[in-house]
Design a protein around this ligand. Structure first.
Ligand code: HEM
Length: 173
């Protein structure tokens, strides 16, 4: 059975390959992974991972959101990127699954459990247990800035924004 795809996943895969020729078929197309020599990656996934990686950099530099990431920021500050890499993969898996409609890609926690200090001690602290609505908006704004800096078209950023807002009720509650 061929892998599931969608127009958005195809567009992302097409875009990361330089945006030439027909769009269809580019989401699941296997291409060289620039970060892992000798490995292949779906072009749509590579596009998503690129945006997620840039987003994590913007978020890491956003002092307004630092209180939510004490563990990760301390690790990275000490030169330990294991947690960062896990988050990069997991966040990429989540978006890939949502965008492509492929199944079994995301194996992490539910969005509710991942964004509550009571159920995931890497999120926030005893003093900051959950995200506020205002900080949710800042977070999505940081993802949009990251995508803009990568020249992702506004129409695509809009669709990614819709996806992120679709889980707001599971993160701000
Ligand atoms: C906008 C939609 C969002 C999505 C789709 C999302 C997705 C994710 C995913 C997939 C994980 C990893 C869960 C796991 O591996 O089990 C995660 C972890 C996390 N998220 Fe979110 N998130 C969103 C919004 C936010 C917001 C608004 C905040 C804070 C204001 C936030 C802070 C965190 C933190 C602190 C972690 C744990 C990081 C670590 O590994 O140390 N997220 N998120």
């Amino acid at each position: 059975m061929p892998l599931a795809t969608t127009p958005l996943y195809d567009t992302l895969g097409w875009f990361i390959q330089g945006a030439t020729g027909p769009v269809a078929g580019n989401g699941t197309k296997m291409i060289d992974d620039p970060d892992n020599p000798g490995q292949k990656i779906q072009a749509g996934r590579l596009a998503i991972r690129t945006v997620v990686g840039k987003s994590l950099m913007v978020i890491a530099g956003d002092t307004a959101l630092a209180e939510y990431f004490p563990t990760l920021l301390a690790e990275v500050g000490a030169g330990n990127t294991t947690g960062y890499n896990n988050l990069l993969q997991s966040f990429t898996d989540f978006v890939q699954q949502a965008v492509s409609t492929q199944t079994g890609v995301y194996k992490g926690k539910s969005m509710r459990d991942a964004h509550n200090f009571a159920t995931y001690s890497r999120f926030g602290s005893a003093a900051v247990q959950k995200s506020t609505a205002a900080d949710f908006d800042l977070f999505v704004g940081d993802v949009a800035s990251a995508a803009t800096s990568l020249n992702v078209p506004n129409s695509v950023i809009g669709q990614l924004g819709t996806l992120l807002y679709s889980v707001k009720g599971d993160i701000v509650y």
